[in-house]
Design a protein around this ligand. Structure first.
Ligand code: GTP
Ligand code: MN
Ligand code: MN
Length: 608
């Protein structure tokens, strides 16, 4: 590899950072792009790249929304590929039982051959970005190299990027190397396809050298490397080493009718309600909810010993289906403002988008996510269940002014939830930090379309982080437990929630969405001991009267009683499944405290 080959010398690099320049040169030599473009993040660049995407047939401009585009992916490239995601730590044991592991040298060897010539006929874009506010005390920079215009325009929405970052990324500044190729080189004269990708895919992470190598996919979580790859997998390792937490959490500001403000964070697995809760329209009179983040939170100790949360992202990459004016009016208003990309939704014939749940009745005719004509009689979903909107956070009417505050917001309570038909009650308050960490460590959910594979299977998803952990899950639990040992720590209370419990008829027991504020209200009242609770083996639950159910009818209230029940037999079965989960982690790495918590839970259940 050469230091500064001609390919780079011929382009105007907006940086003198040697580490970046030599890496760009090295990748250019390997991948052989036709040209190199350093992205400046400008409006003109967005216009230029979206025009290229329209030309290629990737984007269809929407006429019903300003500066917005519809596109469909390759039908095989629609979700994160967990079976092709690798944590390439030097020691296999450090990746833990929940990750795929390949020796870093082997992975580099194999992937280097895939990358060789992979950008032929394409432009290589170099995107400088910053996860979190630019004027943070310790800003976390990344540079993504990609051969995808789709990725370049999406990164402009999802991260702080461009000229403002080049300016700060001065010589010697640390950055995470994020290398991405769709893996579809073009021979001379060969026409491009609308969604280039490869059937072979690798999403690889090198935690020790803090590098990401992604190959073969153009889809969000696989290709927008600032998001899951950096802000969760690599950042979880940074957090472990530097004493903070990188989590799959929304951040929400709640103000009561009395004017008391609290910030909360909540971790739910993919497609389990984070974005919806982050943009909540409270069903209770006088309550205000404001959005700080909808997917990722970085939690660091502040000088007062509290945990402060920062949203590292600048956009929403939200699940489209189920998002409508009734369930999430703030998301609808955000995308109405334009500047958005819609992937794998349906398109109307008059230049707008549509998906299941956007309106009660579908339009008579649509173009579906396969690009085929669709009518309500087609019998297939018009939008892919994991279709997404990509839109800037600052357009959100409910955005909190603090969303860009480098100090973050102090978290009063953390909520862990999943999608469970049975067993898990609507809400339970954990007894203390260790019990809270235990509860989060056994979090479970039915799988969704956000990841490739079977849908609806219950799996353990500790802290909703199982697809996003950059290291051993047992060490991660120890890291969570260690937060309590920090001198002067004033940690948030931990709660468990389940919006998705169902009755015998298969219907949801809880109305969800805007009504979730009723549950949050009880939790916040528990912070100063004002709300009534009963002690159960799994934690403190609201008494039937402690939840504010104003405005819900008698039938709905009946269902709430069921949603709040703790069925001892179901829980005994649950602990057996937790035994299996803990056994899979391995005794040497599972903190003893958690095993003791499990034993104590079994004892409480047996004594009930
Ligand atoms: P990722 O962005 O993949 O991490 O998922 P997410 O956690 O942000 O999920 P999101 O808020 O997009 O919700 C996904 C699905 O859950 C949508 O189809 C919603 O309609 C549905 N959903 C969200 N909140 C609720 C709720 O309170 N009750 C019910 N029944 N469904 C909900
Ligand atoms: Mn997510
Ligand atoms: Mn989301």
């Amino acid at each position: 590899m050469t230091d500064h080959p001609d390919a780079v010398a011929t382009v105007q690099a907006p940086t003198e950072h040697d580490g970046i320049l030599s890496w760009v040169a090295e990748v250019a030599e390997l991948t052989a792009p036709d040209r190199i473009v350093f992205c400046d993040g400008s409006r003109a660049e967005w216009d230029r790249l979206s025009a290229v995407l329209v030309d290629k047939g990737t984007f269809v401009p929407l006429t019903a929304k300003p500066d917005s585009f519809w596109c469909v992916s390759d039908p095989e490239d629609v979700a994160r590929v967990e079976d092709r995601t690798f944590i390439c730590s030097e020691n296999r044991a450090d990746a833990g039982p929940t990750n795929n592991w390949v020796d870093p040298l082997d992975m580099r060897t194999v992937m280097t051959e895939h990358y060789r010539g992979a950008m032929a006929g394409r432009t290589m874009y170099v995107i400088a970005f910053c996860m979190g506010p630019l004027d943070a005390e310790d800003p976390k920079y990344g540079v993504q190299i990609t051969d995808s215009e789709y990725v370049a325009v999406s990164m402009r929405i999802m991260t702080r990027s461009g000229a403002q970052v080049w300016e700060k990324l001065t010589a010697g500044t640390d950055f995470v190397k994020c290398l991405h190729s769709v893996g579809a080189p073009l021979g001379s004269g060969q026409a491009d396809v609308p969604w280039p990708c490869d059937t072979t895919k690798y999403i690889s992470h090198f935690p020790e050298s803090r590098e990401i190598w992604s190959y073969g996919s153009g889809y969000g979580g696989n290709a927008l490397l600032g998001k899951k790859c950096f802000a969760l997998r690599i950042a979880s390792v940074l957090g472990r080493d530097e004493g903070w937490l990188a989590e799959h959490m929304l951040i929400l500001k709640l103000t009561s009718p009395q004017g008391n403000t609290h910030y909360i964070a909540a971790a739910f697995p993919s497609s389990c309600g984070k974005t919806n809760l982050a943009m909540l329209e409270p069903a209770l009179e006088g309550w205000t909810a404001e959005t700080v983040g909808d997917d990722i939170a970085w939690l660091r100790f502040g000088p007062d010993g509290r945990l402060y949360a920062v949203n590292p992202e600048a956009g929403f990459f939200g699940v489209a289906p189920g998002t409508g004016a009734k369930t999430n009016p703030n998301a609808i208003a955000t995308i109405e403002a334009g500047n958005s990309i819609f992937t794998n939704t349906a398109r109307t014939l008059d230049g707008d988008i549509w998906w299941e749940g956007l309106t009660d009745t579908p339009p008579a005719r649509l173009v579906d996510w396969h690009g085929q004509e669709w009518t309500p009689k087609s019998g297939t979903p018009a939008a892919h269940p994991n279709s997404r909107y990509c839109t800037p956070i600052e357009q959100c009417p409910s955005v909190a002014p603090e969303w860009d505050d480098p100090a973050g917001v102090p978290i009063s309570a953390i909520f862990f939830g999943g999608r469970r038909k049975t067993t898990i009650p609507l809400i339970a308050e954990t007894f203390d930090w260790a019990h809270g960490v235990f509860t989060a460590s056994v979090l479970s959910s039915e799988t969704t379309a956000a990841a490739a594979g079977q849908v609806g299977v219950v799996r353990r998803d500790p802290m909703a982080m199982v697809p996003f952990l950059g290291y051993h899950v047992g060490d991660y639990f120890a890291h969570w437990l260690s937060m309590a040992e920090r001198e002067g720590a004033r940690l948030p209370k931990i709660f468990q929630v389940n919006w998705f419990r169902r009755g015998a008829d298969g219907q949801f027991l809880w109305p969800g969405f805007g009504d979730n504020v009723r549950v949050l209200k009880w939790a916040l009242e528990r912070l100063d001991g004002a709300a009534e609770a009963i002690e159960t083996p799994i934690g403190y639950l609201p008494t039937a009267d402690a939840l504010d159910l104003t405005g819900l009818d008698a039938a709905a209230r009946d269902l709430v009683r069921h949603a709040l029940s703790v069925d001892i037999d179901e829980w005994i079965a649950e602990t057996a499944s937790i035994d299996d989960w803990y056994a899979s982690i391995g005794g040497d790495r599972l903190p003893g405290t958690l095993r003791e918590q499990l034993t104590a839970l079994k004892l409480r259940l047996a004594q009930t």
